[in-house]
Ligand binder design. Structure first.
Ligand code: CA
Length: 248
């Protein structure tokens, strides 16, 4: 049986709840209506927001505004969001910026979050403004530095910076979703994660993904981790939990 403490999240507000997470944000979006909605709502949330309708304009504004977070549409009229992302990552003045990619194509998510690009997160269109604001806060909170670069459990070692996973020193090739799933479970080890929570925190707010997708990915992740995969426990009817006492 699950104890109550495992099921109820802590009620303590995160260290940088709301105001402390205000940031310089750049919204890159060619759809004028959406751009305005995002600009307005992020401004209301306390961020200093600039926006751009194209990639070239985005890079021009970024050079001057030095955004801490960029909300970057994948499909832009002049250049792709991935090119903009690369240009930001190459610029020593900008490379620390957090980047959230926005895409209408859920099948592109894996590629978009593709670590070679260096995006920190993604949201899939259509999304609600509230969902997007939560996502922005989550990324900014992570940026505030509580993140440990290396996570270890038994024989599993995850290097978040290099995006590298090894088991007993042997590299394991994970997709970006599997990587994110493993990191999420490791960060919350010994706590049950419902399928709903995992869908929200790992996949983002993708309307057409079903909860059995979680099961499929957990299964594949376990297989790739081999014997070490036993640390991921199924909690019947609820979700999953990574248990350190099962760590191989
Ligand atoms: Ca677009």
């Amino acid at each position: 049986m699950l104890s109550v403490t495992e099921l109820s999240p802590t009620t303590k507000k995160p260290a940088c709840y709301e105001k402390a997470c205000m940031a310089r944000v750049l919204v890159v979006e060619d759809e004028a209506d959406l751009r305005e909605v995002l600009e307005y709502n992020l401004g209301q949330a306390g961020h200093r927001v600039r926006s751009a309708p194209s990639g070239s304009e985005a890079l021009r504004i970024a050079a001057e505004h030095k955004p801490e977070l960029v909300l970057l549409d994948l499909m832009l009229p002049d250049m792709s969001g991935t090119e903009v992302c690369r240009a930001i990552r190459k610029d020593p003045q900008l490379r620390e910026a957090r980047i959230i990619m926005v895409t209408a194509k859920s099948e592109e998510i894996d590629r978009v979050v593709g670590f070679e690009l260096g995006a920190d997160d993604y949201v899939a269109k259509p999304f609600s403004v509230r969902e997007l604001l939560l996502r922005v806060q989550a990324v900014l909170r992570r940026a505030q530095g509580s993140e440990t670069p290396v996570l270890e459990l038994g024989s599993i070692r995850v290097d978040r910076v290099a995006h590298r996973v090894t088991v007993n020193g042997q590299e394991v090739q994970l997709t970006s979703l599997e990587f994110k799933l493993l990191v999420t479970l490791l960060e919350r080890k010994n706590r049950v994660q419902t399928r709903g929570t995992l869908l929200t925190d790992v996949w983002g707010f993708v309307a057409d993904i079903e909860s059995r997708t979680v099961d499929t990915h957990v299964k594949r992740l376990r297989e790739k981790l081999g014997a070490a995969g036993q640390c991921i426990e199924t909690v019947r009817g609820v979700g999953y939990r990574l248990v350190d006492s099962n760590a191989a």
